[in-house]
Ligand binder design. Sequence first.
Ligand code: GLY
Length: 350
Amino acid sequence: MKKLLVNLKEKSYEIVIEKGLIERISESVLEVYNGNKIFIITDKNVDKYYGEVVSRSLINSGFNVKKLVLEPGEETKSFNTLPLIYNKLLDFKLTRKDLIITLGGGVIGDLGGFVASTFLRGVPFIQIPTSLLAQVDSSVGGKVGVDLERGKNLVGSFYQPKRVIIDPNVLNTLEDRFFKDGLGEVIKYGLIRDKGLFGKLESYKDKREVLENIEDIIYTCCNIKRIVVERDEKDLGERMILNFGHTLGHAIEKYYDFKLYTHGEAVAIGMYNIAKLTEEKKLTENIYSEKIKNVLIKYDLPYEVNIEEKDEIINTISLDKKNMGKVLKVILVREIGNAEIYDTNLEFFK
Ligand code: GLY
C-alpha cells in the first residue's frame, strides 16, 4: 500500500492508495473512525458498481450505515440539492461524532464534503474518489463546495477529510471519456512540477500502459498536490499553480455552457494554447507546446478550438468580473516541470 501524509497540523490526514481497497474498505475506515453511524453519499453510476460492496464491508464491521444515492452529473452539485441531504442526515440522526463518506467523482466529493463541513457546523468525512480526476486532484486538499445558478463553486469552504482512500481498480469501470478527463490533470501535474512524470506520459504507448502504471501515477500526482497544499492550504499563492491551463480552460467550458468539453478536455486545450502563447512571447522554453500537443494527441485529448471562436472565448475571460481592470494571474510553465505565477492583464490573451 502507498501512503502519503498531508501535514496540516491538527487537520493532518493520510491518502492511502492500493488496488482492491474498496473490497475491504472497513479496515481502512476503522483506522480513523471508531464511532457507530456512517452516512454514505454516492451517485447512481457509482452505486451500481460499488455501493453494495462498500456498505456490506462497513455493516459487517458493525457500523450502522445509511446510503444516499443521487443523480449523476454536475446538476446535482447544486446549492438546491443541500436541503434534501441535510434532511436525510436529520432523519438518520447523524451527530458530530458520526461520519460521512463520499463515494464518487468530483461532484460527489465536493458536494458531500461541503455537506460535511456545514451540517451541525462540521461532521468528519472520508473521501473515496472513484474517478481519475477525483483521485489525482479534487479529493485531496479540502476544497469543497456547490454551484449557484450564477456560477460554479461559488459557495464552499476549505474542509479537510479524515482520510482519502483510493482504489485504482475502480477506474476499470470508469467511462473512457472520463478516464481521459482525469489524464488532462495528470499531464498538468507533469508540466507544473514533474518532468519525469511528463517523460513517462510521453513514453507510454497507450491507455493500457498508463493503467499498468496507474498506482504510481496517482501517487505522484497526490504527492505534488500534498506538497503544494501543505505550503498554501487556502489558495493564496503557490496553490494557484494547480490552475495551469485553467484560465482558458474555464472560459472554454463556460463558452460551451459546460456541455461540449469535460473539465480535463477544456484544461488540455487551455494548456496547449497558453504554452503556444507564452512561447510566442518568448517567456518559455521553445517547442514545449509541440510536446504537449503530441501527448494530448496520443491520449486522444483535444488541443484546439475553432479559430472563429477564439475571440469569443477571450471575451468570456473578460466578462468574468474578477478579471476586469485587474491583474490577471496566469500560470506559466517556464520549462517542463517548473511552473510559476505571472502577473499580467487581459491584453496578454489578445
Ligand atoms: N484543483 C485545484 C485545487 O485544489 O487547488
